[in-house]
Design a protein around this ligand. Sequence first.
Ligand code: PLP
Length: 360
Amino acid sequence: MSRLEAVLRPEIRALSAYHVPPAAGLLKLDAMENPYRWPGELEDAWLASLRGAELNRYPLPHPADLVQALARQAGVPPGCELLLGNGSDELIQLIDLCVARPGACVLLPTPTFSMYSLIARVAGLDVREVPLRADFGLDLPAMLAAIAQHRPALIYLACPNNPTAGLFDVDAVRAVIAAAPGLVVVDEAYFPFAGRSVLPWLLEFEHLLVLRTLSKVGLAGLRLGYLIGHGQWLREFDKARLPYNINTLTQLSAQFALAHADRLAGEAARIRADRAQLLAGLGALPGVTAYPSDTNFILLRLPAGRAPGAHEALRRAGILVKNVHGSHPLLADCLRVTVGTAAENDALLAALAAHLTGTT
Ligand SMILES: *Cc1c(COP(=O)(O)O)cnc(C)c1O
């Protein structure tokens, strides 16, 4: 046995790394980023807010002002608290690490956000998957049967779901939470584009956790996510958190961004409006099904066998989208595209139309 085999956990060796393709010089419509940057005068004000930051000192371990500002903006229900993470990915990791007793499992309706499964495996959790219905809705009877059979310590429900882009039926989400013997994390990464939240349900369910992030509204580079839930859970997770997980520049920048929250909300509204246009345009392409979206991206299904070629043709045309064909049986022939600026969406439509009609 090699030293690698002797020392490393076999689950780690069995993983494939999360792949981020090179994007230099490409129009980036693969990662659900907000396409808008701050104009010059706002950028100057932001940089001024960083001046004097004491980078020789450790960051605040509990940035109370930032937590309070986020809590106020989100509308955290009474009796609940908010925990910050270096992106919501870090909070997923933190929760997984805290529940990963031997034999514990995570239940996932799939296809869903690929990090749930990757992080769970790294944490040593078993992963149980229940396929979504063909219309990408939750298969409630199958979910309830899996809950009864596996007694999951943790269930992740992305609402809206990535990469399928829609919200699950609200009653089905509620039934899953009510039946869960452990924790349920409802991941609302796309809340600003959906307008529906389970946050008020925290008043009823003490085993519910709600995850949010600033990444999809325009601050992916900051790495700031937050978890809302009852203090009895969050105080335990906080013990396992690394003390300085939110760096000084992120703390200051997030405060600045929150002071300009109306700007981010305006961009989200614009993206929602442009999403409707893009959806109509994609749906009008020959043989293409564009699925309804409650997010800042659209899932589309191309004629059979065409997704890899279209992905490659778009890249040659300078546009990076995500090819999800092959990642799950329900995603055969599918691409996932981020809603960009109106001009970017037009470029995407033109390039995809040219490819599908054979003019390139
Ligand atoms: C993008 C995404 C995230 C990642 O959020 P970060 O805060 O950038 O780590 C979390 N959940 C879902 C469902 C996502 O699509």
